[in-house]
Design a protein around this ligand. Structure first.
Ligand code: HXC
Length: 544
């Protein structure tokens, strides 16, 4: 006996309805604008024919406001798993053609179930957000739906990588699910991300603000720092998701996909020798160092436009997947300010939870001085870096390129914060502060004394000038200037080098810049088996 053809016909009809999404006309209209449908997006994400859908026949349960007459295919969200470069990944994709991708209870439950599945199977999640937000007709059920998603985003945090793609509207409380994930990628046009829109802002504060000013990918990438990557379009956003995942493990119990068959490079790379400028007041682009370190010069930077005084991103060094944290002398002289501290601390913790070793490139003159920084809580924000590095148990390799001054030196992971190896270039200046500042503080008396004995000061005294005026003239005298220069030179010779720190065993080795790739590659290989247990506790209390 074979199956009743009517049953097959029924299934085929249902499948056709599902394939038509919210309407073939709506799909065509979106395609005409260069926007892909929810299913097309998953096809772009996954290896061909690997997608397995969960809940294609799901339907909403709302019986009010005319909803009882509406059929919403798969309740507006496509969920399931597929493979990216041969590795299994869970994904959901909200379908704007189905009631604006709005989130009702079943829509939410499908996402809950997907997140639960990802947690138990131990695979990353990519969520494509394109939704008008809470389905207004479903009221509190929709809110419950979001709450359950947030709860699961948090439960999965540090367990499996979670990536959010914003490829349409993502407004109000809906924005908090992406915010709870590890990375947010946003398409350049056709997407926005905000809590309160222009009308609400105007009504509440009287401010006139357009979405362009605060809700676009450009605004979030450079001003709010809410997102990590800007994509040209849907396809690019999904490619970026795959690229991110290529550096990360499937879950926190695995190592990242290191390519350990790659040989450790043994040859010097002379180009490293030409990067540091002749004087320490000159800037340079630290990405030159990163590009020379990375296999094939292939560095995948994240949050490039936000707090560019620190550079973060992934690469492979002799096949080892690593996170790079580098001060950028080309922007604000590479100082650590509030935003740079937040950016770096978060990235260090992302690397740590996913067992990605970190390589720190140090050229930092200090924390950013200023009233706004002090009032903004630079103490609390800077402390996040100290906390993140100290609590990270992944291999930590630090290379001091040039300046490593004061608290900022400590915030970039010296041996005392658990660096497994610290290498310094001969140009390294490991000190409490730069020589001019130090001379002005600890040798102030000597400089004054030299000035007061100068002919200029003597002449001022004879003219009967008061003590304050004499002192001013004394400090401007050539004798005082000479003394100051002499002291700075002596301080630089003694402290603005790596050798004092090296003599105290705080530096593993002083290396030529040309040796850097070889030395770092070897140190990474040597520490890959690192295991470091900490006392059991619920979690540390990072300053937030
Ligand atoms: C129900 C919705 C909807 C929603 C859109 N639709 N948003 N249905 N609930 N939240 C439906 C529309 O009725 C329409 O249905 C279809 O989706 C397409 O919407 P349009 O308005 O025609 O599209 P467009 O002009 O492109 O505008 C898109 C939009 C707009 C900007 C997203 O629809 C909009 O402003 N929606 C409401 C946004 C909102 O206020 N959401 C609640 C946020 S608060 P038809 O049947 O005509 O095709 C929130 C709280 C979460 O989310 C709290 C969590 C803690």
């Amino acid at each position: 006996m074979s199956i009743d053809p009517a049953l097959l016909d029924n299934l085929a009809k249902r499948r056709a309805t599902i394939a038509a999404a919210g309407g073939t006309d709506k799909l065509a209209a979106r395609n005409a604008k260069g926007i892909h449908g929810a299913r097309e997006r998953l096809q772009l994400l996954f290896d061909a024919d690997t997608f397995q859908e969960f809940g294609a026949h799901a339907q909403h349960t709302c019986h009010r406001f005319g909803m009882e007459k509406k059929e919403l295919p798969y309740d507006g969200v496509v969920t399931g798993t597929g493979y990216i470069a041969g590795r299994q990944v869970a994904a959901f994709s909200q379908d704007f053609t189905v009631s604006g991708g709005s989130l009702g209870f079943i829509h939410a439950k499908k996402i809950w179930d997907l997140l639960d599945y990802a947690g138990k199977v131990g695979i990353p999640v990519v969520g494509v957000n394109d939704s008008g937000g809470a389905r207004i007709q479903e009221a509190v059920s929709a809110l419950s739906g979001y709450a359950g998603i947030f709860y699961r985003n948090v439960a999965l945090s540090g367990v499996v990588p979670q990536i959010s793609v914003i490829a349409g509207p993502c407004a109000g409380g809906a924005a908090y699910s992406p915010a709870l994930t590890d990375f947010i990628i946003m398409t350049k046009s056709n997407s926005n991300l905000f809590i309160c829109g222009p009308e609400v802002i105007k009504a509440a504060t009287g401010e006139q603000a357009s979405l362009d000013q605060f809700a676009t990918a450009a605004a979030h990438a450079s001003i709010s720092g809410n997102i990590h990557l800007v994509a040209e379009d849907d396809k690019h956003a999904l490619e970026l998701s795959a690229r991110l995942l290529s550096f990360l493990p499937q879950n926190n119990l695995q190592d990242p996909p290191h390519h350990l068959a790659a040989p450790v490079p043994l040859a010097d790379v002379p180009a490293f020798n030409d990067i540091i400028p002749a004087t320490n007041k000159e800037a340079y682009d630290v990405k030159q160092v990163v590009n020379l370190l990375a296999d094939d010069g292939d560095f995948f930077e994240v949050q490039a436009a936000y707090a560019p005084n620190i550079v973060i991103g992934f690469c492979r060094i002799a096949g080892v997947s690593v996170g790079i944290i580098a001060n950028q002398p080309n922007h604000k002289a590479g100082v650590l300010d509030i935003n740079a501290s937040d950016k770096a601390a978060r990235f260090i913790r992302t690397c740590n939870v996913f067992n990605v070793p970190v390589v720190n490139l140090v050229d930092v003159g200090g924390f950013m001085p200023g009233l706004a920084q002090e009032r903004g809580g630079i103490i609390r924000h800077g402390a996040k870096m100290l906390f993140a590095y100290s609590s990270a148990t992944v291999p930590k390799i630090t290379v001091i390129l040039r300046k490593a001054y004061g608290g900022a030196y400590i915030a970039m992971c010296p041996v005392e914060l658990g660096a497994d190896a610290v290498f310094a270039w001969p140009t390294a200046e490991i000190a409490v502060m730069g020589a001019p500042g130090a001379a002005g503080v600890i040798f102030k008396g000597d400089i004054e004394k030299a000035g007061l004995a100068s002919p200029e000061a003597e002449a001022a005294r004879k003219e009967g000038k008061d003590e304050k005026e004499v002192k001013k003239i004394a400090l401007a005298s050539s004798a005082a200037k000479e003394k100051r220069a002499e002291i700075i030179a002596a301080y630089e010779a003694e402290f603005s080098t790596p050798y004092q720190a090296a003599s105290l065993n705080m530096v593993t080795d002083v290396i030529t810049p040309a040796e850097t790739r070889k030395v770092v590659a070897l140190a990474l290989r040597n520490t890959l088996s690192k295991r470091q247990d900490r006392p059991k506790k619920k979690h540390g209390n990072i300053p937030l």
